[in-house]
Design a protein around this ligand. Structure first.
Ligand code: SAM
Length: 255
């Protein structure tokens, strides 16, 4: 997968050299190119922002550097990229979107700063890449810039690519993959500061362990994210993720 990131703080993306993402880059699974937006300015101060038309607080990112930067990055056939523009007003990023993005060959990220990017940059990008521009939010809060969002999105997407995570089976029962949170996990020692590992996990009985884990997922999801349980309750009985009678019994027990 190819990833291009446009930013005024290229150093902010340095963590993409670390851990599994860094390894994936070194192994050629990910090609990450970080571009300094200021390279596309032409004045002595390398200006990327200016005061907002209509007045008001803060500065707005000027369209010209963005136009030139996108001209340069997008002029690299053969495939059409998906342009992702982080912003608190976008569709909220989630695991479903991470899976969608993992199917793309090429993602381009445009990181805003200040009060955001001149609206004409979005409009022109949409004309240039019809249906291939998405504004994506990390959540309902405001960050200083898009870089943190890019780090989060790239990490969530890259770990879904074949070969990035050593044991792909570990992705299957993770939180948000099938509408439930993950079950609690334990490792050695069996007793720690008076807390025991649940007996069932030491039993070696695969059927019981599987049911216990499912029950814990249901209980935990109901306690922490009742909205997710409500969504599962709405599914038709023949849906692959629909709750079964044993699931409903666990939930009813918890109240
Ligand atoms: N004035 C903008 C507004 O109210 O929508 C907020 C601009 S914010 C200070 C600057 C930049 O941070 C945005 O252009 C965007 O790139 C990034 N950003 C802020 N919050 C974000 C969020 N929740 N998700 C993704 N990106 C965010």
């Amino acid at each position: 997968m190819r990833l291009d990131v446009l930013t005024i703080f290229p150093d902010y993306l340095a963590p993409l050299d670390l851990s599994l993402i860094g390894k994936a880059r070194r192994e050629g699974l990910l090609d990450v190119q970080v571009h300094d937006l200021r390279e596309f300015t032409h004045d002595r101060h390398r200006t990327v922002d200016d005061t907002p038309y209509g007045g008001g607080a803060g500065m707005v990112m000027r369209p010209e550097p963005w136009g030139e930067a996108l001209d340069t990055v997008l002029a690299q056939p053969p495939v059409q990229p998906l342009l992702l523009i982080p912003g608190p007003g976008g569709e909220v990023f989630n695991q479903h979107m991470a899976r969608e993005l993992a199917g793309e060959p090429w993602l381009v990220f445009a990181c805003g700063r200040y009060e955001g990017i001149d609206e004409r940059v979005y409009l022109e990008a949409q004309e240039r890449l019809p249906g291939r521009v998405r504004v994506v939010s990390l959540g309902d809060y405001v960050l200083n810039g898009g870089e943190v969002a890019v780090l989060a999105i790239v990490e969530a997407v890259a770990r879904l690519l074949p070969g990035v995570i050593g044991n792909a089976a570990s992705l299957v029962e993770e939180s948000h993959e099938d509408g439930l949170l993950e079950y609690p996990v334990y490792t050695k020692p069996p007793t720690w500061r008076g807390h025991e590992v649940p007996e069932v996990l030491l039993s070696g009985h695969h059927g019981r362990i599987e049911r216990w884990r499912r029950d814990e997922r249901l209980r935990r999801t109901q306690a922490r994210r009742p909205d997710m349980i409500a969504a599962l309750r709405e599914l038709p009985a023949d849906h692959p993720l629909a709750l079964g009678p044993a699931d409903r019994a666990v939930l009813d027990e918890q109240g």
